[in-house]
Structures are given as structure tokens and as C-alpha cells.
Design a protein around this ligand. Structure first.
Ligand code: GDP
Ligand code: MG
Length: 449
């Protein structure tokens, strides 16, 4: 670290936008071009996140070797792979230092773009717009991986004028949603006016510009937020079933260092769960431990150091659990926990099991919608265990049509299937929410006939 400058951590960035805008492709482009060539270039595609070292980013841009990059790298949360991410609790989104909102230049702002903007505003996360698919402009001359201003200069007048009116249209649409935006190369109020970076995830134009904004401009405006701190800050991204490891949680380490053997506490629906376990230091980490199947995505992972007050740490976890379960983020309309908790109070209803809070919320929102209107008795996260079958079986005596577990994107344990078969409880699994509900309605019809 030069002079008395503060040591900075890697900024955390997530990618949001409407389906098909090019989120996955853009992430691939950011990652892929790096991976090509020399020995994978130190890129670690981590669990649910991609870590790009600063030197790699330098290679992708025109930055001279002597120009400093103050951050060690960039951590991109693999939101395309985490479809539920946008629905995660405030912590999930708030851990991001910046978001990239991908907009298809040929389509402008779409429904999920506007939803993303709403979420970002709620959680007070700044963003950059990647105005993607510029190569789709009719007659676009490909300039692979070129900075966008350079690429634009090489285009015909027709392309330039199409670009201009489409850009103007998008700026107007942002304005209608309450955001001032400008192409970053003309934006001299970068702090106040949202930057637009035209990109092509296909041929890479504008991608160097985007990376530069993230590692050069961003650290300058949020230096304090990026100051490295020893205090561990860690968020659970996903709870997964791994065929060899069992249940694991993927976490994002925002600050501090995790060491193997650290004692960790995770928030679960059943309360704080603690265990001594293997934890390998990195930025996106997979943690293996018993009991993790109950961990809740979007909540904190708390590390207990020798000398720490364990009780206090557990109390902090419990507080967060209470918050996650019983309160709704005031700013966030509609979806979240209040619905979950109000549904929990139903004495008669079905049992829902999902892989993450986000997917659970999506299912419950769908079940509650007027066209479907199916009450929920209880819910759980992670694989379906015997206990879940036992709980759900309460409906066998009360209302047989509700004696069902809708299991979305989770494993059903063999003992659970066996018990369900024995007692007459139906477990329905499907890969989309709609199919899940359709199978259930068919099942009801079958019962009635
Ligand atoms: P996502 O749903 O936002 O993750 O979108 P994808 O990354 O899956 O992209 C949707 C489709 O658009 C795919 O067929 C991509 O190949 C294509 N696509 C994405 N970005 C670009 C781009 O910059 N240029 C062109 N021509 N196609 C793109
Ligand atoms: Mg995608």
C-alpha cells in the first residue's frame, strides 16, 4: 500500500436486468476473455461469484502499467445464476457496492429493468447502466473489445444516428422512472448522474470501459466504504445440496478474513446454529457443516473468535433471524416476509419447501395470487426431511387436499419419501413454480373424482 493511503477491499458488484438483456453473456464476456490465454489469468470462478484480480482487469483495458488501481480486484456476484437474488432480503442486495443494470439497446427499459431500479433505490445501491447489444445496431462494424468511443468513431453515419436516437430514448425512459442518466464519456457529473456504458457482450465493445469504471472511478467515490476492515462481514448467498459434501452454504465475505476452523454461526429458521468447521479464506466461500440445511439465504454469517462473547454473537444472530422472519423491509413493496409470516398462521393449507428465501417468496406470492389462491400451512428451506413430512402430515386429519408438500428446487430425502408414501402425504416436485402448482391442481382434481 502506497504512502498512508488506506488499504481497500475489492468492490462487490451484481448484475441485474430484464431477462435476455444479456446479463449472463456480459458476465461470460467479462470472465471468458480473461480466462482465454495465459494460465487462466488468476481468475477464480468462485462459488456464486467471480473474482477478477486487478491485474487482469488492467490487461483488458488500455491502462498503463504505472497507473494505479487502488483495489485488489473486483468481485462480481453471479446473479444470473441466482435467479432469486433480486428477491433476497435487503442484506443480499445491500452487500453490493454497485450494480450493473443491463438494458438491451434495441428494447429499452423493460418490466424487470424497472423492478431492478425499484430494488436498487430501496436498498440505496448505486448503479451503472450497460446499454448492451450495440452490435445489433444495423450495419455495426465489429471492433472486438475496443473502448466504446473508439468503436463508435469507426461506425457509419447511419449506425451513429441509430445509436443516438436509441440512446436518447433510453435516457428518456430512465428519466420517466426518476433517474438522470448520461453516456459516461459525456457525463461530467458522474456522482449525481448515472453512467451509461454502451456494450456488446458479443464482441466486447465497451466492456473495457465498464471494467474501468468499476475499478477506477468507483473506488474514488466510495473510498470509505471500501476501506479494508478486519471485522468480519459475511452474507449467506445460497444454501445448496452437494452430492459429496452434503449441505453447504455459499457465502460472500465482504470484509475480514475467514480461517479454516473458525467457529461460525448461521441464521436458521430454527434458531442460531453454530459449529466448528472447515472454512477456507477467499471472497466467495463454500462452507460445509452439519445442520446447514436450515440456513437462510440473505442473512449474516457470524464468526466467533476466541475471546468473543458467544452469547452476544448468538443474540445478534437471533435478532437477525427475527428480523428476517417477522418484518418486511419497509421500503420494499409487496413480496417479502410479512406474507410469509401471515401465511404461516393458516391452520389449514399446504406445506412449501424451497431452496432459498427468494424462491420461497416467489412460490408463496404465486400461491397467494387471486388466480391460484392456495393457503399455506407452513414452509421450510432446504431439502425435505422426515420432520417436514411429519409436520405436513397434520393436514391428513384436517383437510386431505392440503396434505401436500410442494418442493421446489430441493432434494427430497429417501426417508422423507418413504414416510410420505406410508402415510399418504403427497410430495410434489417440479422445476418451475407454474408446473408445481399445475401438478397440485391436477392432484386435487384426482382426489375429488
Ligand atoms: P440474460 O437473460 O439477461 O442472462 O441474457 P443472456 O445473456 O442469456 O442473453 C440473451 C440472448 O441475447 C442470448 O442469445 C445472447 O447470446 C444474446 N446476447 C446477449 N448479449 C448480446 C450482445 O451484446 N449482442 C448480441 N448480438 N447478442 C447478445
Ligand atoms: Mg441469464
Amino acid at each position: 500500500v502506497a504512502g498512508d493511503e488506506k488499504e481497500l477491499r475489492a468492490p462487490i458488484c451484481c448484475i441485474l436486468g430484464h431477462v435476455d438483456a444479456g446479463k449472463t453473456k456480459l458476465l461470460d464476456c467479462i470472465r471468458g476473455t480473461n480466462v482465454q490465454g495465459r494460465e487462466a489469468g488468476g481468475i477464480t470462478q468462485q462459488i456464486g461469484a467471480t473474482y477478477l484480480p486487478a491485474e487482469n482487469i488492467r490487461d483488458r483495458t488500455s491502462l498503463k502499467a504505472e497507473t494505479a488501481i487502488k483495489v485488489p480486484g473486483l468481485l462480481v456476484i453471479d446473479t444470473p445464476g441466482h435467479e432469486s437474488f433480486s428477491k433476497m432480503r435487503s442484506r443480499g442486495l445491500s452487500m453490493c457496492d454497485i450494480a450493473v443494470v443491463v438494458v438491451d439497446i434495441t428494447k429499452g427499459l423493460e418490466k424487470q429493468t424497472v423492478e431492478s431500479l425499484h430494488l436498487l433505490r430501496c436498498h440505496n445501491v448505486s448503479f451503472i447502466v450497460a446499454l448492451n447489444k450495440v452490435d445489433r445496431l444495423y450495419g455495426w462494424k465489429e471492433c472486438t473489445n475496443a473502448p466504446i468511443v473508439e468503436a463508435l468513431k469507426k461506425q457509419s453515419d447511419d449506425v451513429k444516428s441509430e445509436y443516438k436516437w436509441r440512446l436518447t430514448k433510453v435516457v428518456t425512459e430512465f428519466k420517466e422512472n426518476g433517474f438522470n442518466t448520461a453516456p459516461y464519456y459525456e457525463n461530467n457529473k458522474k456522482k449525481k448522474v448515472v453512467n451509461i456504458v454502451p456494450t456488446s457482450a458479443e464482441s466486447g465493445e465497451g466492456v473495457p470501459d465498464l471494467l474501468l469504471l468499476l475499478v477506477r472511478w468507483l473506488p474514488d467515490i466510495i473510498t470509505d466504504k471500501l476501506a479494508y476492515d478486519d471485522t468480519i462481514e459475511c452474507t449467506v448467498l445460497e444454501v445448496n445440496e452437494h452430492k459429496d459434501l452434503g449441505t453447504t452454504v455459499d457465502v460472500v465475505l465482504i470484509n475480514g478474513v475467514l480461517r479454516q476452523g473458525d467457529q461460525v454461526i448461521v441464521c436458521t429458521k430454527q434458531g442460531a446454529y453454530k459449529h466448528h468447521k472447515e472454512v477456507r479464506a477467499a471472497q466467495g466461500v463454500k462452507i460445509v457443516a452439519r445442520g446447514l440445511q436450515y440456513a437462510m439465504a440473505g442473512t449474516s454469517l457470524i464468526v466467533v473468535k476466541p475471546g468473543d462473547d458467544l452469547r452476544q454473537a448468538e443474540a445478534a444472530a437471533m435478532q437477525e433471524i427475527d428480523m428476517a422472519i417477522s418484518t418486511t423491509d419497509e421500503n420494499e413493496k409487496g413480496t417479502t416476509t410479512q406474507e410469509v409470516s401471515s401465511i404461516m398462521t393458516c391452520k389449514e393449507g399446504i406445506y412449501v419447501q424451497a431452496s432459498s428465501v427468494g424462491t420461497l417468496e416467489a412460490i408463496i406470492a404465486h400461491l397467494k395470487s387471486s388466480s391460484v389462491d392456495i393457503p399455506v400451512y407452513d414452509w421450510n428451506l432446504g431439502p425435505v426431511y422426515k420432520q417436514d413430512v411429519m409436520k405436513a402430515s397434520a393436514m391428513l386429519k384436517r383437510k386431505e387436499e392440503y396434505a401436500v408438500i410442494l418442493a421446489f428446487d430441493v432434494k427430497v430425502m429417501p426417508e422423507a419419501s418413504a414416510l410420505a408414501a406410508e402415510s399418504g402425504l403427497k410430495i410434489i416436485t417440479a422445476d418451475t413454480v407454474y408446473r408445481l402448482v399445475n401438478i397440485y391442481t391436477e392432484h386435487i382434481k384426482g382426489l375429488k373424482e
